[in-house]
Design a protein around this ligand. Structure first.
Ligand SMILES: *[C@@H]1O[C@H](CO)[C@@H](O)[C@H](O)[C@H]1NC(C)=O
Length: 203
């Protein structure tokens, strides 16, 4: 190899190294809708629980009283739907964020009987996320409380459910993981990038 060959090789290695380390851009959020396809499994709403809670789905549960004006695009967090799911499953006590581990094991073993690899992954996610919500609550205990609209639900159930989905995706069993570029990028984003509203380690 002549001098230029060596130089080209160094440049090529440099480019590969740069493209690997620069792969994650936390400002360009991937489409989280793909998460379901990346790690397919039954979620809580795959159960008969959904029948009891589905009326809350996309219900106007967080709009300010009196409705919203033209051009005001409302975000749906499905807070009441998520609260209903948590109420109906009864796996977590929302006052204390304590997980009923025996009930969780029974519930998940039944729900995920076609995919037993997931039982431990989802159990770990539930335990971790209950702790996470508890920490966030303690951290924000003295913040002024936003007044909920009539019939509104607290955001912590939605926060909890979102966290469980995220942790399950990150720790998805290899047997279920769709190993393609879109999914691998999504997982890397979830692992590396913090949600914008709680950056930094919990104090
Ligand atoms: C969930 O349970 C709590 C406590 O019993 C109750 O106040 C709340 O209205 C329930 N939420 C839903 C959506 O069923």
């Amino acid at each position: 190899m002549n001098r230029f060959g060596v130089l080209n090789l160094i440049v090529a290695i440099g480019l590969v190294a740069t493209s690997v380390t620069d792969a994650i851009d936390c400002n360009s959020r991937p489409d989280f809708k793909n998460a379901r396809e990346c790690c397919p499994h039954e979620d809580f709403s795959g159960n008969e629980v959904i029948a009891k809670c589905k009326d809350y789905l996309n219900a106007d549960d967080n709009s300010p009283p009196g409705g919203h004006g033209p051009g005001h695009k409302k975000m749906h967090f499905n807070t009441c739907y998520n609260e209903c799911i948590m109420n109906e499953t009864g796996l977590v006590d929302f006052e204390t964020m304590k997980v009923d581990e025996a009930k969780t094991k029974t519930f998940l073993t039944d729900l995920l009987k076609e995919k037993p690899d997931f039982v431990q992954v989802v159990t770990d996610a539930i335990l971790k996320c209950a702790d996470h919500v508890k920490e966030m609550r303690e951290k924000h205990a003295n913040d002024p409380k936003p007044t909920l609209p009539p019939g509104g639900c607290k955001p912590c159930a939605a926060m909890f459910m979102h966290c469980v989905k995220k942790e399950t995706t990150i720790n998805c069993p290899t047997s279920a993981w769709k190993n393609d570029e879109t999914c691998n990028n999504l997982r890397e984003f979830m692992m590396v990038c913090k949600p914008p509203n709680h950056r930094g380690p919990p104090q």
